[in-house]
Design a protein. Structure first.
Length: 359
């Protein structure tokens, strides 16, 4: 191990001079020179700062590659999962950290086992020591890791610990450090901290906002998956995704039957076109009947002061045979234009004729 040579290599990769690195660290360029020449070494408190500056882990700073012990860490975690004893978990993880002291995964796992010890122990001093060490491990994992996922896991665990010990404001602070890539984890942690903290008003607002956001994202992704499968000719998968989206759109229907009405129109039309492509008249007619039921609600829905969906939907019927409709208010669109596009498919089907004559 030659940390001086590693600092030299990493500095050259960044194309920094010794003086530029020294300025970033708040030391003299002579100090950096002595490090790189092996005359002295950085203080231990500077290791995390150097690692962040270079965008590497502390292991990489010392010349170790994390992948060199990934399998060993995984083996330790697997043994921990199957040992069936909290105290034995702590022994295994403590031993693992003695061998791999910079593994954020082991630190976070040990913090969890210490939280479990805090729950089951009847010894007050043991509980205090366990929770203090768990907090310290989470902070260490967050400070030394440059992997965003490891940082998020450490903050997630710290939030759980703070919530467990009644430090709700500090729990929220930890949750808010979880990155956007793990948005769901952040939402779950914040909602748990708010609820456990007894702030019912704040929880109600947060839950309502994020429930809609999560619901909207899920139904949007299902729509994209439906469209992707349809374009690829994978009709069974397209139908399954489309039906899943329709169920999700209807999840709030009780007491609010017109919820997401225009989104349901899109979903029902897509299901009808999938069934048409598959040559399934029964499924196609069922989808169009569902479309028709929602379409009949639209005028009243659009006039409601609570109408939340887009009142204007560009190119809604862009796939219909009549290309003249580019943009219409949903309350003004005549579904007849869409139905005419299916007449040839149904031909003289009596069920289709009955549906058409009932409108």
């Amino acid at each position: 191990m030659d940390i001086g040579k590693n600092i030299f290599t990493l500095r050259r990769e960044k194309r920094w001079t010794q003086a530029e690195l020294a300025e970033k660290l708040g030391v003299s360029d002579q100090t950096v020179s002595k490090w790189e020449n092996g005359q002295t070494a950085p203080d231990v408190s500077q290791f995390p700062i150097l690692a962040r500056l270079f965008g590497v882990s502390i292991d990489r700073l010392f010349g170790y590659q994390s992948h060199s012990y990934d399998e060993e860490v995984k083996a330790i975690l697997k043994e921990v999962d199957s040992c069936g004893s909290t105290r034995r978990e702590i022994e295994l993880l403590t031993d693992g950290l003695a061998r791999y002291p910079n593994s954020a995964s082991l630190k976070t796992a040990l913090a969890f086992s210490l939280l479990m010890l805090y729950r089951i122990s009847e010894d007050g001093e043991e509980r205090t020591l366990a929770i203090d060490r768990a907090v310290s491990l989470c902070n260490e994992a967050a400070q030394t890791s440059v992997d965003p996922r490891e940082l998020d896991e450490a903050m997630h665990m710290l939030c759980r610990i703070r919530t467990e010990t009644g430090e709700y404001e500090r729990a929220k602070e930890a949750a808010e450090q979880i990155g956007p890539e793990r948005h769901l984890l952040r939402v779950l942690d914040l909602s748990n901290a708010l609820y456990a903290g007894g702030d019912r008003d704040a929880f109600a607002v947060f839950a309502a906002d994020n429930l809609y956001e999560s619901w909207y994202a899920a139904q949007f992704l299902l729509d994209e998956m439906t469209n992707d499968a349809f374009k690829a000719g994978e009709l069974d998968r397209a139908r399954a995704c489309g039906e899943a989206r329709m169920k999700l759109l209807s999840v709030f229907d009780t007491g609010c039957a017109d919820y997401a009405a225009t989104d349901k129109l899109f979903a029902a039309e897509r299901l009808a076109r999938i069934a048409k492509a598959a040559g399934d008249r029964a499924a196609c007619l069922d989808a169009l009947k569902r479309f028709d039921a929602v379409a009949r609600q639209i005028p009243a829905v659009a006039a409601s002061p609570d109408f939340h969906a887009a009142a204007r939907n560009p190119l809604f019927f862009g796939a219909a045979t009549d290309g003249g409709i580019a943009e219409e208010y949903m309350s003004e669109v005549d579904p007849e234009i869409l139905y005419r596009d299916f007449d040839a498919f149904f031909a003289d089907d009596p069920a289709w004729r009955a549906f058409r004559s009932s409108r």
